[in-house]
Design a protein around this ligand. Structure first.
Ligand code: MSP
Length: 652
């Protein structure tokens, strides 16, 4: 059996899973199901990235000890993935001992090969991205997230990344499939060609990490630690039988990542592997971002949408189908509840769901539930459906082999449309009423059922739940998940078998109501502050009254002022650096006439964290400080707390 090993990124546990993380995991799950059906022995790994400064600060911000904090969120990831029926084979947490052993092992291998030395790191570091900023933006900010980096100076262990510039370029040249899509490959190549500096791979500024062997005051740089998860999760570093999985599955066939972390995966990761003498993964595929309200969906921007409310209202299949159909793999796409429900109703409820319902209902009605023989001569209509089915099989497989999911789904939808058109044209209900043309009626319904069967088999990796149910209704023996897709072709539907119990799949939903339900559930989940593009309307008639739902959209957090300074040339403005719980924001506030900068440092204040960032006198403000305006002059008085509260706590 050929093997296929694929991975998702290991998600940071500073935030609970949202639709962005869910997307990567759903894509991986879809590919895993597809490959299993194509006869591969699949290993699908996902997991959580739990160490580092970013996560450590988030735990502190929540007033928690790091281990219990990460335990809770890692659990949340598992719970949500299970709720969504995402069938990973391995879930690796970077705080597990099997992982720690693997990190020490790869470090020793790299060290033994002569690629580690001690030195002093002086430079800029972005804690949010856990990135050494060697190529800042024109304003000196992180090239990834645009936030100002922090100046760092410390004694570190260094990895000789510079030694791998040529080997990496050579690998990109000889393995064009290594980084995909092509645009990303060009970017990475340009970055590497620009020169690689050695990389600091240990930290002494904080403790939340894996200690470096024989230098316990150092912990590993979180990316050195986390990337190793791709091999620790399949047994690298284990001594027992688990190690066999590593020999079987490594190198990975596909590593899925979001485009913002391609550099870590296509430069650092292969360099670490080369240094340790390990083979490189076949393909790193960087996909685009889900945008919501014009911006990347992310916790720090406060514009996230959670998967659970969607699954509750339109089902897991509805969510999967939308995500795979709507995004051209590799490019960005906009998430909107409106588009989600529209797609569900038109494609799943109408096109596919109705095809299944009416075909099966007619077989039940006119043939007492036994699949009829296609005994009448095959005519043009039948030819057209058969051809559409063969085209769909070919088109789908070619597209899925290239990870072009939207195109693959389009290919199947052409088949679904062709069968629906065939039914409209042949009007089996009329043939039945007219009577006397049993063979013709049988042929029409067999043809429709066979078209339905082919579409159902192909769609299984994407919409596993509904297709499994249709498959049972079509009285197929094996479970669809175990069906061998490679043998699928037109004409295999056996006549005479009795179909299963009829059951509706993908019921149509009323759009506004469905949106409202999702938005309400999202608001009830808390912490997410979501605004629906449509449908989050207030129910009250009094315009000065807002609903809880609307209030819940405003995300106010406790912030601790880390630094404050005047904005040159603007008498009223102060620029603050505020810790909002594991994350720093730059806030510009018109309070300079009342508060001196040093008076504010260390103060706990209230910050609205999900406002669209805006520029005030050319300085970006990533949120708003809450203050009372007092007296005629509107003197600002900052809102603060009577008791100590952790940064990041939410106000409601
Ligand atoms: N911990 C690192 C990865 C380490 S891998 C060894 C990390 N974690 S993360 O929690 O920030 O997750 C990032 C990944 O989640 C992205 O690379 C992408 O796969 C997915 N997404 C997060 N937000 C997303 C969107 N808005 N849109 C699409 N995918 C997104 O980076």
């Amino acid at each position: 059996m050929p093997k296929f090993y694929l991975t998702t990124p290991l998600y940071y546990v500073n935030a609970r899973p949202h639709v962005g993380h869910t997307y990567s995991t759903i894509v991986a799950d879809t590919i895993a199901r597809y490959k299993r059906m194509m006869g591969y022995e699949v290993c699908f790994l996902t997991g959580t990235d739990e160490h580092g400064e970013h996560v450590g600060r988030a735990a502190r911000g929540a007033g928690r000890d790091p281990q219990s904090f990460v335990d809770e969120i890692a659990q949340d990831y598992k719970r949500v993935w299970d709720r969504l029926d995402l069938r990973y084979d391995q879930f690796i947490r970077t705080t597990e001992s099997r992982h720690k052993a693997a990190v020490r092992k790869i470090f020793r291998a790299v060290q033994k090969a002569g690629y580690i030395y001690e030195g002093t790191y002086i430079g800029q570091y972005c804690v949010n991205c856990e990135l050494y900023v060697t190529d800042p933006t024109a304003e000196g900010n992180c090239p990834n997230c645009g936030r100002p980096p922090e100046s760092v100076e410390e004694e570190n262990y260094f990895f000789k990344l510079s030694a791998f510039q040529e080997p990496l370029l050579e690998h990109y040249r000889t393995h064009p499939e290594f980084i995909q899509p092509e645009g990303r490959r060009n970017e990475v190549e340009a970055f590497v060609r620009g020169g690689l500096r050695d990389l600091s791979i240990s930290r002494t500024r904080f403790r939340w990490g894996i200690p470096v062997p024989e230098a316990e005051d150092h912990v590993f740089y979180v990316w050195f630690d986390a990337l190793t998860g791709y091999i620790s999760g399949i047994g690298y570093g284990s001594v027992d039988a688990e190690a066999a999985a590593f020999d079987r599955f490594w190198p990975a066939d596909l590593q899925l990542v979001g485009k913002e972390i391609v550099r870590f995966h296509a430069v650092y990761w292969p360099a670490f592997l080369l240094a340790a003498g390990l083979p490189l993964p076949r393909t790193i595929y960087a996909h685009g971002w889900w945008l919501f309200q014009q911006d990347k969906m992310s916790k720090s921007r406060g514009n996230i949408v959670r998967p659970e409310p969607i699954a509750e209202v339109i089902g897991v299949d509805g969510l999967r189908y939308f995500l795979l159909r709507e995004m051209v793999f590799g490019q960005d796409a906009n998430f909107s509840y409106d588009a989600l429900v529209t797609r569900y109703n038109s494609d799943l409820a109408n096109d596919y769901g109705n095809l299944a319902a009416r075909t099966l209902a007619m077989i039940e009605r006119y043939f007492q539930g036994a699949i009829p023989q296609p005994a009448a001569p095959r005519m043009k209509g039948e030819e057209a459906v058969a051809e559409a089915a063969e085209r769909a099989i070919g088109g789908f497989r070619t597209a899925f082999d290239r990870y072009d999911f939207s195109r693959g789904l389009e290919a199947v939808w052409e088949l679904v449309a062709s069968v629906n058109k065939y039914l409209v044209q042949t009007e089996p209900w009329r043939v039945a009423e007219e009577g006397g043309r049993r063979e013709r009626l049988g042929t029409i319904l067999w043809t429709a059922a066979e078209g339905l069967r082919v579409a159902t088999a192909l769609l299984h990796p994407v919409i596993p739940d509904g297709t499994e149910r249709v498959w049972q209704q079509l009285a197929q023996k094996k479970r669809l998940g175990e069906y061998e897709l490679a043998q699928l072709c037109w004409g295999q539907l056996g006549a005479g078998t009795r179909i299963g119990k009829l059951e509706a799949i993908y019921p149509r939903v009323e759009k506004e109501l469905a949106i409202q339900k999702m938005v309400e559930r999202e608001a009830n989940l808390g912490q997410s502050a979501v605004g629906a593009s449509k449908g989050g309307k207030t129910v009250s008639n009094n315009p000065s009254v807002i609903s809880m739902e609307e209030f819940a959209k405003v995300d106010m957090r406790v912030g601790e002022v880390r630094a404050a300074e005047r904005v040159p040339g603007a008498d009223k403005l102060l620029k603050l650096r505020v810790d909002i719980g594991g994350e720093e924001r730059q806030i510009v506030a018109g309070i300079a006439e009342v508060y001196a900068p040093q008076q504010l440092v260390g103060k706990k204040i209230v910050v609205v964290v999900n406002l669209q960032p805006r520029k005030i006198r050319g300085v970006e403000s990533q949120g708003m400080l809450v203050a009372a305006t007092v007296g005629e002059a509107g003197k600002p008085v900052i809102a603060t707390f009577t008791e100590d509260v952790p940064a990041g706590a939410r106000l409601k």
